[in-house]
Design a protein around this ligand. Structure first.
Ligand code: NAD
Ligand code: UD1
Length: 340
């Protein structure tokens, strides 16, 4: 079965392309290379032993989206990763985010909604829960007012999808709410490629250990948590990729209980920033330079997933530990910087 992976040369997309190919799906990748490099395609090829079909195109151009579906009429499923994802940038430039994350999505849905049968997986985020009142967070937790235009695009994206599925006879969909994806493929041939100074914790840690940054600033140690630093649910990107295969297979088999379902994807375990540093020091065998800094605006105190629904319904469970994920992130960083 032919599956279109939008943003398939990005961080989560590239790992999912590998997992889909290994599961026997034929993959077509679309990416405009706005937040990645074409070399990622070589990495994918060298892992799976063949080069997937790739179209360099911008999904904001509806004509190009129409032409893509004309050229590839047998696409039956789409995993939609393509989006802009920098929270701070979305505050600076909201229209860029509303256009890239929503109009491109609408163009894709217009194509899928007219097919007799089609399946879609949408990349959502735990950011839709804001600071949830109860931990761990279940899918029933209320959606909170978005802290940023980026977060808002995920909330609105879910609504657009739900409304579209209701009126299109052949479209079934799943929204996956990711917690904090980290790590890289075991081969160290693909991984995260942050542009500029990383905003996320793990790439900042690995770049600091590699000598690109002087020290990590820990954003706040006065939160109401056991060690005072924020708690997150860090999930290995390879586990996340496998969850996409499980979700897609559920759609393809027609096993969904309704045409629109939502799942949390996390490990179920929360780790503090200091615990992440400790784990990184253990797996890398080196001390990480860091200092305690002020809180970062917009950070929630803690967020970790209740994974019961995904475990039971998708038959999927994360396999890798925080140590495993950090070891793979470090191997990838060393490979990028030729440190071995
Ligand atoms: P990424 O930036 O690595 O990948 C996105 C890819 O989409 C990039 O390769 C980019 O070049 C491409 N792209 C962007 N706009 C495009 C367009 N208009 N046309 C074609 N290609 C386009 O990001 P990622 O971390 O792999 O995230 C994938 C998805 O998961 C995004 O929707 C993101 O919002 C969501 N998400 C990510 C995280 C995370 O922590 N990484 C957490 C929650 C949700
Ligand atoms: C961030 C985004 C969120 C997005 C998610 C995945 C914000 C406010 N939230 O989540 O919308 O879905 O990425 O892309 O940007 N930290 C430090 N020092 C650093 C970097 C991070 O101490 O240099 C801390 C943060 O305060 C946080 C934890 O590390 O407690 C994880 O941060 P990060 O990796 O940026 O992810 P989130 O903030 O959870």
């Amino acid at each position: 079965m032919k599956i279109l992976v939008t943003g398939g040369l990005g961080y989560i997309g590239s790992h999912t392309v590998v997992a889909l190919s290994e599961a026997g799906y034929e993959v077509v990748i679309v990416d405009n290379l706005s937040n990645t490099r074409i070399e990622v395609l070589d990495g994918i090829e060298s892992i799976i032993g063949r080069r997937p079909t790739f179209y360099e195109l911008d999904l904001r151009n509806e004509l190009q989206v129409v032409e893509l579906f004309d050229k590839e009429p047998s696409i039956e499923g789409v995993i939609h990763f393509a989006a802009s994802k920098a929270v701070g940038e979305s505050v600076e430039n909201p229209l860029l985010y509303y256009e890239n994350n929503l109009s491109a999505f609408i163009y894709l849905l217009k194509q899928l909604a007219v097919k007799p049968k089609s399946h879609l997986i949408f990349s959502s985020s735990c950011t839709v829960y804001g600071q949830a009142d109860v931990m761990p967070i279940t899918e029933k937790a209320p959606i909170k007012v978005a802290e940023s235009p980026y977060g808002n695009t995920k909330q609105i994206g879910e609504e657009i999808l739900k409304d579209t599925v209701k009126v299109s006879s052949g479209l079934s969909a799943i929204a996956l709410r990711y917690f904090n994806p980290i790590g890289a493929h075991a081969s160290a041939k693909i991984g995260e490629l942050p542009l500029g100074v990383p905003q996320n914790l793990v790439p900042f840690i690995t770049q600091t250990a590699a000598g690109l940054r002087k020290e990590l600033a820990v954003f706040g140690d006065d939160y109401p948590t056991p060690d005072g630093t924020c708690i997150r649910d860090y999930i290995h990107v390879v586990d996340l990729a496998e969850a996409h295969v499980a979700a897609l297979t559920r759609l393809v088999k027609g096993a969904s209980s309704s045409d629109y379902e939502v799942f949390n994807l996390g490990t179920g375990k929360g780790s503090s920033v200091l615990e992440v540093i400790e784990s990184f020091e253990k797996v890398s065998g080196s001390k990480l330079p860091y200092r305690i800094a002020g809180r970062r605006e917009g950070d929630v105190i803690q967020a970790f997933a209740d994974t019961e629904k995904a475990n039971r319904v998708l038959g999927w469970k994360s396999k890798y530990s925080l140590d495993d994920a950090l070891a793979s992130a470090w191997a990838w960083e060393r490979k990028l910087r030729n440190l071995d």
